[in-house]
Design a protein around this ligand. Structure first.
Ligand SMILES: C=CC1=C(C)c2cc3[nH]c(cc4nc(cc5[nH]c(cc1n2)c(C)c5CCC(=O)O)C(CCC(=O)O)=C4C)c(C)c3C=C
Ligand SMILES: [Fe+2]
Length: 511
């Protein structure tokens, strides 16, 4: 594998040394995970460490964060062994582990399991921003990767990577193994490795960057995806011996009308989606995973998001996008079991076999020209969307979850839902039945040179085939909303199925 330059070296080197203990790559994680679960069994719940108070404040935490209160037994990142000076700083005991936590947790898991969601920690689902609450830890291992039908958390950090030109197949497998290992820990509220932040040598950079010490798991999910360039690079070379395994549909999306794509915000060989109820936890995850990849994969582009613009569970209230409209009403939901098989999960018969149980992820950075939108009359805004701004009910009548009636006409015979309305054009009845699971986030990244906010929707959708997104996006060429939108970033990834304990993410691809 490629030489590890400075910053990521310590952690990576340690992990590689472990893997050199005569274990095939996929076993390393297993061995260390077993150690981890032993830790879980013996872990005690610390009294809140001093640093927890310092690091635990969520910047701009609104009402929703307040709802997602932590429980006393919430899993927090451990800081052990702790040198004296660290103890003086207040991080003196193994943080963790409310994963064990008792009856309330059992009840929550039971309720959540019925929807295909399991939570390893306490905290009621209903009434919290994402459904999980700040203290929740979602299992990393499972049939599908977490972060797809998991109730959408409130915060996002998304990263796309280019693999280094020096990376070979073995190095790629090592990277995925190390990412798996780290993600399994981070999602449980642990440091990237045991004693990673302050328990290592005084003479080496810590393996964990430390900004999440004392913070609970915060519902963190980490979801990995593989871009087209992983299968064949720009020159057409099959560097990793994967070309024959590329899903036929995994290729750059076609150009759509109005696209103003920026290469520096598009594409990527690998991606990581980190969602959490605390932005610091999501950022810590991406930062540390990027660091692990040092010298093997470089960050190509990344995106922060807030205020999820979708609901992925019926237990969640529908949030609003930056146009002020409820977004996610008609989304596919975790509870739609057979619809998920029909529209989200790649089925065995679809091929390739390694992707069964996975999905295709489309990411679009959509700039919303909100200053212009804010000058549009309320009635016109509603016509453009096809729903009322207050309740989110279709303009054909009813309440938020009433099915729109696209045939309904008013007194003058004109359709109540305009022919150019977004929901008409996006609806599956306009697109040969194509549906998708949307999981986007709002973003505001400063402002442009004209003093307009660089704001919009970071659109994320999961679908069984990219054709579903393509069909809907083509239909949206006639969307009246387009006057206020500009698509500036685009990427597509194949998201492998969930990871089994002892394996690394995407292992079936290399089998
Ligand atoms: C190609 C897929 C889609 C893109 C891109 C997209 C962008 C986008 N959407 C909104 C706001 C709303 N979208 C709503 C519904 C909706 N949108 C899509 C797809 C894309 N949207 C679908 C499939 C649907 C559901 C249609 C249906 O079945 O009724 C809504 C209504 C509420 C809801 O159901 O979620 C809003 C509002 C914006 C602002 C935007 C680009 C920035
Ligand atoms: Fe939409």
């Amino acid at each position: 594998m490629a030489t590890q330059p400075n910053a990521g070296r310590v952690g990576a080197q340690r992990r590689i040394e472990t893997s050199a203990d005569a274990q095939p790559a996929g076993r390393v994680g297993a061995q260390r995970r077993i150690e981890t679960s032993t830790d879980l069994d013996t872990g005690s719940t610390p009294s809140a460490p001093t640093r927890s108070a310092e690091a635990g404040s969520t910047p701009s935490a609104p009402t929703r964060s307040a709802e997602a209160g932590s429980t006393p037994s919430s899993p927090t990142r451990s800081a052990e062994p702790v040198p004296a000076r660290s103890a003086a700083g207040g991080v003196s005991r193994r943080g963790l582990l409310g994963l064990l936590g008792a009856g309330a947790a059992g009840a929550a898991v039971g309720a959540a399991s019925a929807t295909g969601i399991t939570m390893a920690a306490t905290s009621a689902m209903a009434g919290t921003g994402s459904g999980g609450g700040a203290a929740s830890a979602y299992p990393f291992f499972g049939a599908h990767q977490a972060g797809i039908v998991t109730p959408a958390q409130d915060r996002l950090h998304f990263a796309a990577f280019d693999v280094a030109s020096t990376l070979d197949r073995t190095g790629l497998i090592e990277l995925l193994t190390e990412w798996t290992d780290a993600a399994a820990r981070l999602t449980q509220g642990l440091e990237v490795e045991e004693g990673g932040a302050v328990g290592g040598s005084d003479y080496a950079p810590p393996a964990d960057t430390g900004e999440a010490l004392g913070l609970p798991a915060s519902g963190l999910t980490i979801t990995f995806g593989f871009g087209p360039g992983l299968f064949t690079d720009a020159s057409g070379a099959d560097r990793f011996g994967l070309a024959a395994r590329r899903p036929a549909a995994l290729e750059s999306l076609p150009r759509f009308q109005g696209d103003a794509l920026q290469p520096e915000r598009s594409g990527g060989d690998l991606c990581i989606q980190a969602c959490a109820d605390d932005p610091q936890v999501a950022v810590h995850a991406i930062r540390n995973l990027s660091r692990i990849a040092f010298g093997r994969a470089t960050l190509r582009w990344s995106q922060l998001g807030f205020g999820r613009t979708s609901s992925t569970s019926t237990a969640q209230a529908t949030p609003r996008n930056l146009f002020g409209f409820k977004d996610g009403t008609a989304n596919l939901k975790a509870e739609d079991g057979s619809a998920l098989d029909d529209h989200v999960w790649v089925q065995s018969a679809d091929g390739p076999a390694w992707l069964a149980g996975g999905s295709f992820l489309v990411a679009r950075r959509i700039r919303m020209i909100i200053e212009n939108w804010d000058r549009v009359q309320l009635g016109e805004q509603e016509q453009l969307v096809g729903r009322s701004k207050g309740e989110g009910a279709p303009l054909s009548g009813g309440t938020e979850f009433t099915e729109p009636d696209f045939e309904a006409t008013g007194a003058t015979g004109t359709p109540l839902i305009d022919t150019k309305a977004h929901v008409r054009l996006a609806h599956h009845s306009s697109n040969g039945g194509a549906r998708m699971l949307r999981r986007g986030y709002n973003f505001v990244d400063g402002n442009d040179e004209l003093g307009r906010l660089d704001a919009g929707l970071f659109f994320l959708s999961y679908q069984r085939s990219p054709e579903q997104f393509i069909a809907v996006q083509r239909s949206l060429a006639a969307d009246g909303l387009n006057e206020y939108l500009k698509h500036v970033g685009s990427a597509i990834f194949a998201v492998p199925a969930g990871v089994r304990e002892g394996e690394y993410v995407g292992q079936a691809l290399f089998a």
